[in-house]
Design a protein around this ligand. Structure first.
Ligand SMILES: C[S@@+](CC[C@H](N)C(=O)[O-])C[C@H]1O[C@@H](n2cnc3c(N)ncnc32)[C@H](O)[C@@H]1O
Length: 364
């Protein structure tokens, strides 16, 4: 007889919720671990074969979805428990995950079903070898970040319908992802031509949730956020994302307000401080500020731009929640220069940059 194990791991099972609830509560009256294991094994067959559990017989409200690997994992955990007490604890947990939604108030992740969020990163080392490049995303804008960064941040730190501010919008990676995820986004970009191109691109991206994705041309150190938000009848945003120039590594324009034109590291930090201070008042308390930045190398010295910028945020009362280290993707240009850089590194006594930082702060 075929059973749950025969399904492919990511196959989604749509089950009759009351029938599943009944079957699981029956497990709760097992009097020994052996009989519980037997019942679990029967249940796996029934879930796969019996029409009692099929969704076709019930209304949408009484349907619960699971991937087969998740359900198998939960059932394995019950069946391999050493004691009846432990096994019953896992049964109870499974029942809860079917009937209760537990949220943390900051995102839409149901904590009772956290294991099913396979798309979310949990650790602080991100080795991403491929840029997400679907739809209107493009790597064409030199210095843009990979869409996975705003995707992860919005999934973890916002809910659908929340408002996100990106103080250095560039080619609009955050706004495109926001539109896909049903988050309203406002992006500030200093260069009008860049801002205009981003506006055009955004019209080509589907907007199923009809969210706002607005690009404002301006200097994020002085933009009048309260009046900007007022237009939408709002006083605050729920997430601020900052992906500034990494000082002068890439010169974005000739505008003296452009952070890539700062005269020194100290001036860059002062300018960054002003951008932070301007955005802080409109960030809702308890919500998150993200800074994506890398270090730089100058005159034989490693300049820890990332940590220096991190301090600028901490100085302004934010709590540091995480430092994520992310690899740089290898562009074709960099691949060609790789051998030369290895040689330079050996001669100069340094290591070649392969990472940047994603600093996660919380406004207390
Ligand atoms: C590292 S890029 C951001 C790229 C963006 N994350 C993306 O995916 O396209 C930095 C951007 O900040 C802009 N910029 C520099 N100084 C600025 C300022 N004072 N106010 C607003 N934008 C600024 C630059 O023109 C550039 O487009």
């Amino acid at each position: 007889m075929r059973n749950l194990y025969d399904m492919s791991p990511k196959e989604v099972l749509q089950l009759n919720k009351s029938a599943l609830n009944k079957a699981l509560s029956r497990l709760q009256s097992s009097d020994s671990i052996t009989s519980l294991r037997r019942s679990i094994s029967e249940l796996r067959e029934q879930l796969y074969n019996s029409s009692r559990f099929r969704r076709s017989r019930v209304s949408d409200k009484n349907v619960i979805e699971f991937t087969s690997d998740y359900l198998n994992e939960e059932m394995d955990q019950i069946a391999t428990s050493q004691t009846l007490e432990r096994a019953l604890y896992y049964v109870e947990r499974l029942i809860k995950s079917i009937n209760e939604v537990r949220l943390n108030g900051v995102n839409d992740i149901n904590l009772n079903r956290w294991k099913e969020y396979n798309d979310i990163y949990f650790d602080s080392l991100w080795n991403i070898d491929k840029r997400e490049n679907s739809g209107v995303h493009s790597a064409e804008y030199w210095g843009n970040f990979i869409p996975q960064i705003p995707y992860q941040m919005m999934k973890r730190y916002t809910k659908k319908g929340d408002w996100v501010l990106d103080t250095f919008a560039g080619s609009g990676t955050t706004l495109i992802e926001g539109q896909r995820l049903g988050r309203n986004t406002i992006g500030i970009e200093l260069q009008e031509e860049v801002a205009e191109k981003t506006r055009r691109v955004l019209t080509l991206e589907p907007n199923a949730d009809k969210v706002v994705s607005e690009v404002i041309t301006g200097d994020s150190a002085v933009v009048d956020y309260p009046s900007l938000l007022n237009r939408y009848d709002r006083q605050s945003v729920q997430l601020v994302l900052m992906h500034p120039p990494y000082f002068d590594i890439i010169k974005f324009s000739d505008d003296r307000r452009d952070l890539s034109n700062a005269a020194s590291v100290e001036e860059f930090l002062r300018m960054m401080g002003r951008v932070i201070e301007n955005a802080v008042p409109i960030l809702q308390k308890g919500r998150y500020l993200i800074v994506v930045i890398g270090d730089k190398y100058a005159k034989g010295e490693w300049i820890p731009l990332g940590f220096l910028t991190m301090n600028e945020v901490i100085k302004r009362g934010f709590k540091l929640k995480s430092i994520v280290v992310k690899n740089f993707e290898e562009t074709a240009g960099k691949r060609r220069q790789k051998e030369l850089w290895k040689y330079r590194a050996l001669v100069g006594g340094f290591y070649i940059f392969k990472h940047e930082y994603i600093f996660v702060f919380r406004k207390s």
